[in-house]
Design a protein around this ligand. Structure first.
Ligand SMILES: Cc1cc2nc3c(=O)[nH]c(=O)nc-3n(C[C@H](O)[C@H](O)[C@H](O)COP(=O)(O)O)c2cc1C
Length: 168
């Protein structure tokens, strides 16, 4: 039987953060977030990802405007564009990028830094702003920032009965 240790708390208590303190994220913390992130699993260990770390205020504001359902990104001190190399891993880049986004969110949370996955983005526009290649796949832009105010209450989850079927 598992006990409620720190790892379990990390997995259960991470919340999407949509309001950020203006305080910058220290370079050492950012480095640690990426250090943890790079240990994510990936198909045949190809690690087809690059992280574009945006700290320029003007560019943050331009990119945030293209995050249709995440304009709150404009408040964050750092935006990270998660870019997959579809040439390097044509079959699995999408899965790899989804996994690495979660790894980054969990890594950030460990250091007290919040983020939120933003689904609706004008990807072509952001790719232009970042001068990315045609075959680069922009999964999302993750805003990173220390949470402003209280951590949001958890959103409800489906019950175990609803989602787990044992086939013995
Ligand atoms: C693929 C995906 C797309 C999402 N898109 C958005 C989004 O565009 N805007 C937003 O505010 N939250 C977005 N979210 C965050 C979810 O709303 C959030 O994870 C969910 O409500 C559960 O809340 P929690 O992360 O705090 O546990 C997205 C999450 C995922 C995984």
């Amino acid at each position: 039987m598992m006990t409620e240790n720190e790892q379990i708390r990390l997995l259960k208590e991470r919340r999407s953060i949509r309001r950020y303190d203006s305080r910058p994220i220290e370079d050492a913390i950012l480095t640690q977030i990426f250090e943890v992130t790079r240990w994510c699993w990936s198909a045949v260990n190809r690690q087809p990802w690059k992280f574009y770390v945006i700290r320029n205020k003007e560019l943050i504001s331009k990119v945030a405007k293209e995050c249709t359902t995440g304009t709150f990104a404009a408040e964050a001190p750092v935006l990270v564009a998660l870019v997959g190399d579809a040439d390097a891993q044509p079959n699995w880049y999408l899965q790899d990028m989804c996994f690495v986004s979660l790894q980054m969110a969990l890594a950030a949370w460990t250091f007290g830094v919040g983020t939120c996955f933003i689904g609706n983005i004008n990807r072509e526009k952001v790719k232009e702003l970042l001068d990315l290649k045609k075959t680069d796949y922009l999964l999302t832009v993750l805003p990173l920032g220390y949470p402003y105010g209280r951590i949001p209450e958890p959103r409800p989850r489906k019950s175990l009965e609803e989602i787990v079927k044992y086939i013995d």
